[in-house]
Design a protein around this ligand. Structure first.
Ligand SMILES: C[S@@+](CC[C@H](N)C(=O)[O-])C[C@H]1O[C@@H](n2cnc3c(N)ncnc32)[C@H](O)[C@@H]1O
Length: 347
């Protein structure tokens, strides 16, 4: 045990309380997002009375929430009771691609909080927290009965995908490729961005039929639907798709090794004796104590199902077992990782 001075102990207690009361922040952000306050401040800083009038809320209460968020870098009190956007608050504005407002809303969906409350049960019994909360294996089983939550989650993934994929697509060399297949590509945000940036490419979106219907809307809005083939399927059964480049973006994170191997082996089967590439976009969990998004989101994954983010050696082992070589790490441009795999051909 250390023997901190009183000054250090006080600082430790403040750190502790900030963490222990951290649940206030996502809910406060959600209230602000639901009221569209970041959007209002795009016109310029505003007095809390004016914000309250425009949002039909109670100014004294609103002030206390904005003051708390400002203390965490979301909004800034520029003069007494007047608030402006900060760069973090700008991310909440709804009119920009990649707006994280849907991420905020997905994070406070009831099932997320109820499942998080079951982490101790997970630790004791080994099943996902959502199993203990709702009796389902994973969040997809839950979504099958809760389409509103499914839609909220998908919108958050679209934002996440845009933010992760934009810099990666700028950096990646798609020349020499004619067809890209995004397996479990959600509402098609990644595929749309790839096709927009590369007019020579054709795309294939492989997804469950529910999400595929939503994807059709997004791909049409982005003007790339004519270059897309939409294929409904289950990646655990068969992925009978011929492409030059296959992509798995934030898919393996949902599944344990056994299930992940099934997906990888089905792609490997689709590749056969051809020489094309598979790109995996995911978080790689780094060693050490430093904060990395992969660590906190990996704890969220305990509530979603049986998946996890993996370390470099854990990904390596998985890829080898599915007959893939990890051939490169293209620049992702963000905190996510891009892993480039090629098929191992046995003579
Ligand atoms: C975490 S989301 C990732 C979505 C997208 N790739 C991205 O990066 O935004 C996982 C996706 O896998 C899809 N999925 C889940 N199980 C599937 C299955 N058995 N077959 C095909 N797609 C599936 C889900 O519908 C969901 O869109």
């Amino acid at each position: 045990m250390t023997n901190p001075s009183q000054k250090e102990r006080t600082a430790n207690l403040i750190s502790f309380y900030r963490l222990a009361l951290g649940a206030v922040i996502p809910q406060a952000m959600a209230a602000i997002v639901k009221l569209g306050i970041a959007d209002l401040l795009q016109e310029g800083e505003k007095h809390v009375e004016e914000i309250a009038e425009l949002t039909e809320t109670k100014a004294p209460l609103l002030y206390r929430i904005l003051r708390t968020l400002a203390s965490e870098g979301v909004f800034k009190e520029t003069k007494p009771r007047t608030f402006a956007l900060t760069p973090v608050a700008e991310l909440l504005c709804s009119d920009q691609p990649g707006s994280v407002r849907h991420v905020v809303l997905a994070n406070v969906d009831d099932w997320r909080w109820r499942s998080l409350g079951c982490l101790t049960d997970s630790l004791k019994h080994g099943k996902s927290a959502i199993h203990h909360a709702y009796g389902v294996e994973n969040y997809y089983e839950f979504f099958a009965e809760h389409s509103e939550s499914h839609d909220t989650f998908n919108k958050a993934m679209v934002a996440h995908s845009y933010n992760i994929n934009t810099p990666f697509i700028e950096n990646y060399d798609f020349s020499g490729i004619a067809t890209v297949a995004d397996i479990g590509g959600g509402e098609g945000r990644l595929l749309a961005s790839i096709l927009e940036a590369n007019p020579h490419l054709q795309g294939i979106l492989f997804e469950g039929s529910y999400t595929l219907e939503k994807a059709e809307v997004l791909l049409k809005e982005q003007g790339v639907l004519e270059r897309c083939q939409l294929t409904a399927g289950n990646f655990f059964e068969e992925i009978s798709i011929t492409a030059d480049l296959y992509v798995l973006s934030f898919i393996l994170a949902d599944w344990d090794d056994e299930a992940s191997l099934k997906i990888l082996k089905n792609i490997r089967k689709a590749i056969g004796d051809r020489d094309c590439k598979l790109l995996i976009l995911d978080y790689i969990v780094p060693e050490g104590n430093e904060f990395h998004l992969s660590k906190i989101v990996d704890t969220v994954l305990i509530t979603f199902g049986n998946g996890c983010f993996r370390t470099e050696s854990e990904y390596s082992r998985l890829y080898r077992e599915a007959s893939f070589d990890w051939t490169g790490n293209p620049e992702s441009g963000t905190y996510a990782s891009v892993m480039e795999l090629g098929p191992i051909h046995t003579p």
